[in-house]
Design a protein around this ligand. Sequence first.
Ligand SMILES: Nc1ncnc2c1ncn2[C@@H]1O[C@H](COP(=O)(O)OP(=O)(O)OP(=O)(O)O)[C@@H](O)[C@H]1O
Ligand SMILES: [Mg+2]
Length: 256
Amino acid sequence: MKRVIFNQKGGVGKSTIAVNLAAIAAHQGKRTLLIDIDPQCNSSRYVLGAATTEVAPTLGAYFEQMLSFSMFAKEASHYVHTTPFENLSIMVAHPELGDLQSKLESRHKIYKLRDTLKELSQQYDEIFVDTPPAYNFFTQSALIAADTCLIPFDCDDFSRQALYTLINNVKEIKADHNANLSIEGIVVNQFQPRALLPQRLVDELKEEGLPVMENKLSSSIRIRESHERNLPMIHLDRNHKLSQEFLALYGELQAA
Ligand SMILES: Nc1ncnc2c1ncn2[C@@H]1O[C@H](COP(=O)(O)OP(=O)(O)OP(=O)(O)O)[C@@H](O)[C@H]1O
Ligand SMILES: [Mg+2]
């Protein structure tokens, strides 16, 4: 399963959700690969901490080799690294990804990630792709490469507008490039069950027929500790409410 976590709105929980779901999949014995194509490198750092800067080759090198014709292009697995977590591998991002974008675009490299993921999907049961907060070359490449798209949603009105744009973008990619692509679900993050507005928003989205996941994620300050200690929630505190919610969400994805 090749899954992309995408929302062009920033700070809605893409990296947090990608890393925590990947950690759970790996913990449950799935051969799991996390791919960070965001030049901010947040999910790489979440998993690897300070060691991230020492990891090579990165996805910067991977995309760069597409620009220089070589008879000896390296296999995709050359860019995959182990993590401290059993069954969890990673392809790390690099800040230079941002600079490479326009060159990759002008040289029409938009299908390359699809070919790579197809190759890697022979070796991994689950692939999670964390994306930058923009509808750009990298996110389009990821959507073209994926089976499904998971959309984090933070329950505010600006996010709702962004959501409609996003769904149209996904539909366009599906129509033009990837008939296989589906929207797996909208993941409600930092949900406040006692506030009226978020619940009303969620109800309205459901009434519109949008695939809102039943299992929502609460807000917890322990996420900060989880990031700082480079420990996904199930490794930091398995019994924590948010860990249980991530587990339930992963279970829901598996059941579908
Ligand atoms: N469930 C949660 N509870 C508390 N804080 C959260 C939760 N989910 C995310 N956050 C916080 O919100 C911020 C944004 O999260 P994250 O980096 O995962 O979002 P993102 O969509 O990947 O951002 P970007 O668009 O910049 O890549 C982070 O500071 C993170 O700690
Ligand atoms: Mg992010």
